[in-house]
Design a protein around this ligand. Structure first.
Ligand code: AMP
Length: 596
């Protein structure tokens, strides 16, 4: 196939690499491209939002397939103009692109087709906006209707600030016609995930989930940007969540588009907020995300040229899916000062070294100058590590970053760190006075390299918090909960009643009964609410038992746990030697001495 790719960012460089890897690609052309894409494709200096210019180029090249990267040409109807001339185009026409081009259209579409989203009001006057704000509580969410290069969503903390934003959009028109209508919607507390899918208008295939990092600085601080990095897969996303996203969001979208007579071939990008395990759709995009594309395309081993061409033929169902899937982490190197003012034209060194050592480098704002590649934009490069695990992918990405330098380079050092340090075990204390036991559990987990979190919640005094914690635990990626409680010790049972995770109860020796009350309360659960009960103050065994559960699915944990137990056994052998000349203990007997 002769393929024409439109766009000039790191996303398009990743697309170019994915297309080049296909045996179906005979020739690859790109307009306008960048210094990185130049090594994979023939570049053409054409304005990609000019439908006539693009069609003329496709005709001159006799392109078999046109792949459109960014949203601007899609919203401008370039895909329609190409299709009219008979070209196969991967990317929706202007009607489908309204899902991204108009928030009002998108929200009403979601409403029409029962796709879960935040309750909202559409306002065209300040009076309407004030009424919509008055019906809500802080934080407020205000969005401009039209495309605003990622700067059209506002989350003000006070009603006064929200009103000022509405006035600026609707009356002062600070974003021009993009703010002629606005959406005011409920704030959704939860965690975000990006879902990319390809569709031919009938079949929808979900790509591995990814997460981007919008803020400029570490710890999600600083101004919003086009995206400073991304990773895939997202460990918190369970198969159950993915299934809900497929059945409640993506399939109804494709069905809804077809019902409304909008043919849609291309990428559906769903920005999703997960609230108590349920996906709510924040926004659609109609193309690959940047930087999500830079991690998702290399992580999923499929023949991308075949996938895009099959979508154009309406035959996506024939493509084998999914392919082999890896983990990938992408770190964006930006010009100092981005997203505000920055200087261009600095020479870049070390790209070749980073590539030789196994990272993939995608270009965005780069250009050829004075015989070398130099900076030519805000986001300059995306450095990507691909590996079997997120940890290794991240290590590779940052190893690549270290090799590359240009003046005033800025990048985040915490891309994917949240995914890696996500706790696996929640330790819930019924009272802050249980802290010494928590320390013992934490020490054992530290020795076993198991990430955990510690919180205090009382089944009697804060029952709602206990129930909410348990209900969210699995969706946050926890694999088990340890509940530490004394006296009537209802905590383990209440947690177990609200979660699908295994709950391990540790009775505490507090009060006048020395912990017997708590032991019986924890052990005597009714059928259907299982809790594993440890002995009184049995914090260490709770940690080891939980580690055994985790070890079933993780070989590293299993190996560390075996080593820990072997070390404990050596301690027993040593203490036995000290007691010689007692006869040797039978081989199978095991005690750690302390509890014997
Ligand atoms: P959008 O342009 O709709 O994707 O919004 C940009 C960002 O604002 C999202 O990625 C979220 O982080 C945040 N956001 C948008 N809508 C909401 C909402 N209803 N509740 C909470 N956060 C939101």
């Amino acid at each position: 196939m002769k393929i024409l790719l439109l766009g000039s960012g790191a996303r398009e460089h990743a697309l170019a690499a994915a297309l080049r890897a296909s045996p179906l690609t005979e020739a690859l052309h790109c307009a306008p491209g960048n210094a990185g894409i130049a090594s994979l494709a023939t570049l053409h200096g054409v304005d990609i939002t000019d439908a006539e210019g693009v069609t003329a180029l496709a005709e001159a090249l006799s392109a078999d397939l046109v792949v459109i990267g960014p949203e601007a040409p899609l919203v401008a109807g370039v895909a329609d103009a190409l299709r009219k001339k008979g070209f196969a185009v991967f990317g929706p026409g202007a009607a489908g692109a309204r899902l991204e081009g108009s928030k009002v259209f998108a929200k009403r579409f979601m409403e029409r087709h029962g796709i879960p989203t935040a309750p909202f009001a559409v306002c065209t006057t300040l009076d309407e906006a004030e009424k919509a704000l008055a019906a809500r509580r802080a934080p407020f969410v205000v969005k401009a209707d039209g495309l605003a290069a990622g700067k059209g969503a506002f989350l003000p903390d006070s009603a006064g600030e929200a009103e000022r934003i509405c006035r600026a959009l609707l009356e002062e028109r600070v974003l021009g016609d993009a703010g002629a209508q606005i959406v005011v919607e409920d704030y959704l507390p939860g965690w975000e995930v990006t879902v990319l899918a390809v569709t031919d208008g009938k079949t929808v295939r979900i790509l591995p989930l990814s997460q981007d990092h919008k803020r400029a600085c570490d710890g999600d601080r600083g101004p919003n940007t086009g995206g400073m990095g991304a990773y895939t897969p997202v460990p918190q996303a369970t198969p159950a969540l993915l299934e809900k996203i497929r059945t409640q969001v993506l399939e109804p979208t494709v069905k809804g588009l077809a019902e409304e007579g909008i043919s849609f071939c291309g990428v559906l990008y769903a920005g999703i907020m997960v609230v108590q395990g349920n996906p709510l759709l924040l926004e659609y995009n109609v193309r690959f995300g940047d930087p999500e594309a830079q991690v998702v395309l290399p992580a999923l081993r499929v023949d991308w040229a075949e996938v895009f061409a099959a979508c154009c033929r309406g035959e996506l169902h024939r493509v084998a899916w999914p392919g082999e899937q890896k983990a990938a982490v992408g770190v964006v190197l930006a010009s100092g000062g981005y997203p505000d003012t920055y200087t261009k034209g600095y020479p870049i060194s070390g790209i070749d070294v980073a590539e030789r050592e196994g990272t993939t480098v995608f270009h965005a704002g780069t250009a050829f100058g004075n015989g070398a590649v130099e900076t030519a934009g805000g986001r300059v490069l995306t450095v990507v590590g691909v590996a079997e695990s997120l940890r290794e992918a991240r290590r590779r990405a940052y190893a690549g970053v270290e090799k590359i330098s240009f003046k005033d380079v800025h990048f985040r050092r915490d891309i994917a760190s949240k995914a890696l340090s996500a706790p696996l075990v929640g330790i819930v204390l019924g009272s802050a006075s249980d802290a010494p036991l928590a320390k013992e559990i934490a020490k054992t987990f530290d020795e076993l390299h198991i990430d955990y979190e510690i919180t205090v919640a009382s089944a009697h005094r804060t029952p709602d918090a206990v129930a909410a914690y348990a209900r969210n635990a699995a969706f946050r990626g926890l694999k088990a909960i340890i509940a530490v409680a004394g006296l009537s010790a209802a905590l383990p049972g209440v947690l177990a009643a609200h979660t699908v995770l295994p709950v391990v109860g540790v009775p505490v020796a507090s009060g006048t009964l020395g912990g017997m009350d708590a032991l019986l309360a924890v052990a005597q659960m009714p059928p259907g609410v299982p809790v594993a009960s440890m002995g009184i103050n049995g914090g260490r065994n709770a940690a080891l038992f939980t580690a055994r559960i985790l070890a079933l699915q993780d070989r590293d944990t299993a190996a560390r746990l075996d080593a820990w137990i072997a070390e404990a056994a050596r301690g027993v052998a040593l203490s036995r030697e000290k007691l010689a000349p007692l006869p040797p203990a039978p081989e199978t007997a095991f005690s750690d001495g302390e509890d014997a």
